[in-house]
Write a protein that binds this ligand. Structure first.
Ligand code: RIB
Ligand code: CA
Length: 316
């Protein structure tokens, strides 16, 4: 049986990699894409989601989400990483298509209620839409199959501040709400995504094997590669959003530990994901009443990259 998924996304170059990876995986039924501000605005994110559907040769529900975080002014979009178009400034023609009249949160709530126990939510941007969905209908917490999110950093250095990862710092209040809800969350954060380097040569091979989708991704990725080359001196990019899809396809690629997460919502540590490991007690308030979630710390980078390359390259 295929797994139903909804991808909540701020596309975004690595979001595009994740979405095409999912569309090309027969084990997954992508029910819909919901947009969120982050790499781009939520409006542009929804249009980019339509473009990705067109590239995948399919049409699923695309709903637009929140345009700003819950408890603070929005931070600037990260166009220095993803380009002003979210796709590396490649001037790709925008697809025609209809954006669903429901908000992302409404769409998530309706979909989870329609298929209780079956829907996995995969947020690849700030967690605002998920927090709003919980506000709209708290009962969805007991009805989702799983929430597999890209975000956060427990032991690894952050990528926006020394302690904060981009998706979490862009809406720390929403993230604290999502980590505090009683639903099965798996956090795929920088602790693992910084262990997986997608090299430029792999994207070239994918383009050669799959000129349309691979060509789009490789063109878009050039801006992303330039950013990583300049910022961190690596030949490629870290494998952030697409790691969630690898996890959903094959959790054995990752090693997880349980813990309770709080998110710093103010001060110098804004956006830090702070974990109390399972079994440890602290004479400090704040964590004890939080649910245990799964946090990925180990990853088989070779197998993850092989799976991604296979799925993006094979003839369908
Ligand atoms: O920190 C990496 C995350 O921030 C990814 O989701 C990327 O797309 C950006 O949103
Ligand atoms: Ca993203």
């Amino acid at each position: 049986m295929t797994q139903r998924i909804i991808i909540d996304t701020d596309p975004g170059i690595d979001d595009a990699m994740a979405i095409l990876f999912a569309f090309r995986s027969p084990e997954l039924e992508v029910m819909g894409l919901t947009s969120i501000f982050g790499n781009v605005s939520a409006e542009l994110g929804a249009r980019n989601a339509l473009t990705l559907c067109q590239l995948a040769g399919t049409q699923v529900t695309v709903a637009q989400g929140a345009t700003a975080p819950l408890g603070m002014p929005p931070r600037p979009h990260s166009d220095y990483v993803h380009g002003t178009d979210g796709f590396g400034n490649i001037d790709w023609p925008q697809a025609e298509g209809v954006i669903d009249p429901r908000s992302a949160a409404e769409y998530i709530v309706e979909s989870v209620n329609a298929y209780p126990g079956e829907v996995t939510l995969i947020p690849l941007g700030p967690l605002t839409n998920l927090a709003l969905a919980l506000d709209l209908d708290p009962s969805i917490a007991s009805k989702v199959k799983e929430v597999v999110l890209m975000g956060g950093a427990v032991h690894e250095t952050g990528n926006v501040s020394p302690v904060a990862e981009a998706n979490i710092i862009n809406d720390p209040h929403a993230a604290d709400r999502v980590f505090g809800a009683d639903w099965p969350v798996t956090m795929i954060g920088l602790d693992v995504t910084h262990q997986v380097l997608l090299k430029t040569a792999v994207m070239e091979r994918i383009e050669a094997a799959n000129p349309v989708q691979g060509g789009f991704l490789n063109q878009a990725a050039q801006h992303y590669f330039d950013f990583y080359r300049g910022a961190l001196g690596v030949d490629g990019c870290y494998f952030h959003d697409a790691a969630t899809i690898a996890y959903v396809l094959d959790p054995s690629l990752f090693g997880c530990r349980h813990g309770r997460i709080r998110v710093a919502t103010e001060g110098l540590a804004l956006g830090q994901t702070m974990m109390a490991p399972e079994g440890r007690e602290f004479p400090t308030d704040g964590w004890a009443d939080r649910p245990l979630i799964k946090v990925a710390f180990e990853v088989d980078d070779v197998r993850v990259l092989r799976l991604f390359e296979q799925r993006l390259s094979e003839a369908l």
